[in-house]
Design a protein around this ligand. Sequence first.
Ligand code: T46
Length: 136
Amino acid sequence: MYNCSLIKFKDIADKYGHLTPIESKIDIPFEIKRIYYIKGVEQGVKRGFHSHRKLHQVLICLNSSVKIRTKNPNEEAVTELNDPSVGLYIGPYVWREMFDFTEGSVLLVLASEYYSEDDYIRNYDFYLEEAVKRYK
Ligand code: T46
């Protein structure tokens, strides 16, 4: 899907467990300026429902699982994240919805910019209005 892709990170496994390194601009396609994580989401709760204008992000589910619906004016996809060595890259002008958080899930997000509410489009009709020009 345009502006969305899965990234497979290294999974260094030995008898002591697993280690996954993630290096800015090497393993992901941008410099990381911000990290946040989402946890403790109760069953049935959905999050997201917005797009960003400039932000690039990589979403990684560190424990349990979560589903991510991504949309643009022409395409829609659902990705289940359940492997901490896999990240979902989401670029600008992609609508996202997170749902089906399973018990104990921890969603880590690596972001290319500092937090700015101005970068969000939280209304789907406004999103379509801005996005159609970019997806022609
Ligand atoms: C995204 C998805 C995957 C901050 O103060 N700083 C931050 O860095 C972030 C991310 C959020 N906030 C505040 C803004 C809201 O008052 O935390 C509150 C919850 O944020 P929001 O409702 O936007 O959370 P989600 O889970 O719907 O979306 C988040 C990110 O905001 C968003 O960029 O792509 O995760």
